[in-house]
Design a protein around this ligand. Structure first.
Ligand code: F6R
Length: 590
């Protein structure tokens, strides 16, 4: 969600900015723009739609060695060129990620001082405010110090000032920003992969810190004082930006799932979290991470006998805070930057509740906020729709539930060993599932407008993820229902040929869901079951047979075909699979 790139150095800036913007595409955006210094003047180019539209307008060979770029995911105002960043006011040009919450009051103040506005954005107001303060202070460092106290909300800003033609400024609060460095120049970016082709060495800008960046020096300031910062080195390499021969990042990432499971099993002995002292667990997360939490709930409750509440983070943060001591709040997040999940965890912490993060991106805001963190080892995920990171979340949480069940003597050593053995077989089984032919099944459903997913117990949680995967990338309306709930309303939507995808891994609930399937079958539904249990042939039209599993490994097995099916359906519908419309990878605003 919004991406920032900036460069000052010895190389020509425009190719670096365009390359950086392309690398940030995965975060989700609907317009893009750059500003660069040429002959001591700031030039701007903006465009709506894809980066390729911007690229057509830009002459990459321009003699420019400093500039900033931005991908915008519209919040204040439509995706138009006027609203696209950078915004230029007076001596200031800037790009912004986040939301300035008090922009209306600030806009009034600026209007009263004679500023006028060309866009609907909060960002242009921030630019005007910085210009106003700069005209008093005549020093960017002091200006940004003041600005940190004036702007409310979340922001990462990359700034050019007309009077400092050799310096790029950056400041942040809550929205992420890194400062990269190499022998040929220095950079700002929303994440390291955006500059991975230039450098792996970076500094992590902390809230309210100011970076003053020149061709061969970087200075950091906090509260008016210069500070030293530790250099970090990114562990990944440029291959994270390469599809490695796959048609889409989503397909590549699904094929990485076998390695993800392997890596998670290897990391398991190092998990630093015994949960025995907690009477209750609350899981806060969004989207697929919320669905991973629901899978975990079923395992923690059934085997570790600990009550678990799973709450959508955006609901948790505004609900009355009733969490009792001896509760552990677990935040699950791939990006580690999801604004609502971060806020929910902050709220828990402020109230003296222990927090644990299950996070994929190292040193992300959530990872640094929580008391303890367990990193999922999915590696960087580029496709907007999560696949391997969700799988890593489910595997990690299942292993935690298993280990708690064992620590509490709810399962024997023998049972524990058998389940762990099953986990070790998962990579081979997942590979087998990935290699099945889903195209034929996709052909049967890709022209439908409504598809229902059914499940009971843990299978309902899995159905929710299957339905999300399909709808977000194929734009087919898909709904997941707890199978027992159908006849309380939804069954009226079933017509002849309506696809119903039914997940059945819980043998205890098998008979119940088979009856529900028969009910919709009798009303004309076309039933596809995803199962590793024996079910009567007359209760379905088509079956995806899952390899044998146990309650801890079944969720992983069941979700893989649903991810692949979503992919194949989206492919047949010619959708932009890696960058679905309106969606952002990292949801840094609420
Ligand atoms: C769906 C998807 C989203 C994310 C959600 C949370 O495929 O990717 O639903 O799961 O936005 O994101 P993270 O895990 O980064 O907090």
């Amino acid at each position: 969600m919004c991406g920032i790139i900036g460069y000052v150095g010895k190389k020509k800036a425009l190719p670096i900015l365009i390359e950086g913007l392309k690398a940030l595409e995965y975060r989700g955006y609907d317009s893009a723009g750059i500003a660069y210094l040429k002959n001591n003047t700031i030039e701007m180019v903006k465009s709506i739609g894809r980066i390729s539209n911007l690229e057509e307008k830009v002459i990459e060979t321009e003699d420019s060695y400093m500039g900033i770029g931005h991908t915008r995911w519209a919040t204040h105002g439509k995706p138009t060129e006027n609203n696209a960043h950078p915004h230029h006011v007076g001596k200031i040009t800037l790009v912004h990620n986040g939301i300035i919450e008090n922009y209306k009051e600030l806009k009034e103040e600026c209007l009263a001082k004679g500023y006028t506005f060309q866009s609907d954005t909060d960002t242009e107001v921030a630019a005007a405010m910085i210009d106003m303060v700069y005209r008093e202070e005549k020093d960017m460092q002091k200006t940004l110090q003041k600005i940190n106290k004036i702007l409310e909300g979340s922001y990462a800003l990359g700034i050019l000032c007309e009077d400092d033609t050799d310096t790029l400024y950056a400041v942040r609060k809550d929205s992420p920003l890194i400062v990269g460095t190499s022998t040929t120049g220095n950079y700002i970016a929303s994440d390291v992969p955006a500059i991975i082709k230039e450098t792996k060495v970076y500094y992590l800008l902390e809230p309210n810190e100011i970076a003053e960046i020149k061709e061969s020096e970087i200075h950091f300031y906090k509260e008016g004082k210069e500070i030293e910062k530790e250099k970090k080195e990114y562990e990944g390499d440029a291959s994270v930006r390469d599809k490695m021969g796959y048609a889409h990042f989503m397909l590549k990432e699904m094929h990485e799932e076998t390695d993800v499971i392997q890596n998670t099993l290897q990391a398991f002995p190092t998990f630093d979290a015994s949960l025995t002292s907690y009477k209750k667990i609350q899981i806060v997360s969004c989207g697929s991470a919320f669905h991973a939490g629901l899978v975990a709930k079923s395992l923690f409750e059934k085997y570790a006998k600990v009550p678990v509440e799973v709450t959508i983070a955006s609901e948790y943060r505004y609900a009355p805070f009733l969490t009792e001591k001896n509760t552990l709040v677990i935040g699950v997040s791939q990006s580690g930057e999801t604004a609502d999940t971060l806020a929910a965890l902050k709220l828990a912490k402020e109230n003296g509740i222990d927090t644990l993060g299950i996070v994929n991106v190292k040193e992300s805001s959530i990872a640094r906020e929580v008391d303890k963190v367990i990193y999922t080892v999915a590696g960087p995920e580029i496709a907007v729709a999560t696949t391997k990171a969700y799988l890593a979340q489910v595997t990690t949480l299942s292993l935690l539930a298993l280990s708690l069940a064992y620590e509490k003597d709810n399962i024997t050593k023998e049972e524990y060993d058998t389940i762990m053995h099953d986990f070790s077989l998962l990579p081979t089984k997942v590979k087998e599932l990935l290699n099945k032919n889903y195209k034929e099944i996709a052909e049967k459903i890709y022209q439908k407008e409504d598809i229902f997913y059914l499940g009971r117990g843990v299978d309902y949680a899995l159905a929710m993820e299957g339905s999300l995967k399909l709808k977000e990338i194929s734009y087919i309306h898909a709904e997941a229902y707890a199978a027992g709930e159908l006849k309380h309303g939804t069954i009226s939507l079933i017509e002849k040929g309506t696809p119903v995808i039914s997940v059945i891994t819980d043998t205890n609930l098998k008979e119940k869901i088979v009856s529900n399937n028969k009910e919709v079958h009798a009303r004309g539904a076309y039933i596809l079951v995803i199962t590793n249990t024996d079910i009567p042939e007359e209760s379905y039209d088509l079956k995806i047979e899952l390899p044998e599993g146990n309650p801890f490994t079944n969720p992983v097995l069941a979700v893989v075909p649903m991810q692949m099916l979503g992919y194949e359906v989206a492919l047949l519908r010619k959708c932009d699979i890696d960058k679905p419309k309106n969606l952002a990878k990292s949801v840094t605003v609420e």
